[in-house]
Design a protein around this ligand. Structure first.
Ligand SMILES: NC(=O)c1ccc[n+]([C@@H]2O[C@H](COP(=O)([O-])OP(=O)(O)OC[C@H]3O[C@@H](n4cnc5c(N)ncnc54)[C@H](OP(=O)(O)O)[C@@H]3O)[C@@H](O)[C@H]2O)c1
Length: 259
């Protein structure tokens, strides 16, 4: 970005990555409109950080997203960075009983991010140079994990890639930000943390640092931590090798942590 952002909107700001990103941007001097359903959490964050503005909303409710962009436009007159981060972990894709769960995963992880991006388009264009940062996942690059979650993140990666081209002429940079294993409420990573690979699990502040980096040096794609990048490259240049290795990992079963 040519100048530091003044207004950012962060969805899924009540815990984990979204909370860490909101705190980090606020500490960097950005006014953050923090969006999630748990109003008490958002209000506690706003009380602790004067630059955080609580905006309780369910991102799957289209009228709530319309109200969000209206408020941001009316109160601040601009939006420099939209961070679509709200997300749910999905579950094992077992059969017909999973269909409603799959729809919910798609509604939160993809439909809501796409809808939010669409309703903010005009304000982002008027605020250009501006940014959309979509928090996708390494799962959306590697194809390993619960199938509905992987599908929702592939969709978000696809949206980000296409918009990164089509919105660039308007001065809106669209980034797919792909985190690996990060221990949070929704993604506790219990099995990994109990295993010899515990050191592979990061903290939400790692992603907040990556967001700050993408704001300072905008680009289309950012992986955090960066050591996943060779795996993503391997998937494309040697898919046979990649899938043989992938089939041996516990995540190949398409399940998440047991409690
Ligand atoms: N942790 C990881 O390992 C990891 C790895 C790759 C990608 N990611 C992605 O990172 C993002 C953040 O996840 P996290 O790990 O920080 O998990 P988290 O702590 O569970 O945070 C999820 C956030 O999404 C919000 N949310 C969920 N449904 C919502 C809805 N309908 N409306 C508004 N907000 C909603 C939650 O707030 P409320 O419940 O208060 O609404 C919460 O703030 C997700 O998109 C996730 O897919 C995480």
């Amino acid at each position: 970005m040519a100048r530091p952002p003044s207004i950012a909107v962060v969805t899924g700001a009540s815990s984990g990555i979204g909370a860490a990103v909101s705190r980090r941007l606020a500490a960097d001097g950005v006014t953050v409109v923090a969006v999630a359903r748990r109003a008490d959490r958002l209000r506690a964050m706003a009380a602790a950080h004067p630059r955080i503005v609580a905006h309780p909303a369910d991102v799957t409710d289209p009228s709530a997203l319309d109200a969000l962009v209206e408020r941001v436009g009316d109160e601040f007159g601009r939006c420099d960075v939209l961070i679509n981060n709200a997300g749910v972990p999905g579950g094992a894709f077992s059969g017909p009983e999973r269909i409603e769960g799959m729809r919910h995963t798609m509604r939160v992880n993809f439909d809501a991010a796409a809808h939010c991006t669409a309703v903010f388009h005009q304000l982002l264009a008027a605020s250009a140079p501006s940014q959309v940062i979509n928090v996708a996942s390494v799962s959306g690059k590697l194809g390993i994990g619960p199938a509905d979650y992987v599908a929702s993140k592939f969709a978000l990666v696809g949206l980000s890639e296409a918009l990164s081209l089509s919105w660039a002429p308007e001065g809106i940079i669209v980034t797919q930000l792909n985190p690996g294993f990060i221990a949070t409420e929704g993604f506790p990573q219990r099995q990994l943390l109990r295993s010899p690979f515990a050191r592979l699990v990061g903290v939400p502040e790692d992603v907040a640092d990556a967001v700050a980096d993408v704001i300072a040096r905008p680009r289309r794609e950012r992986t955090v931590p960066r050591w996943y990048r060779p795996l993503i490259t391997l998937r494309h240049v040697a898919p046979g090798v990649f899938w043989r290795v992938a089939a041996r990992t516990p995540r190949a079963r398409g399940t998440r942590d047991e409690p």
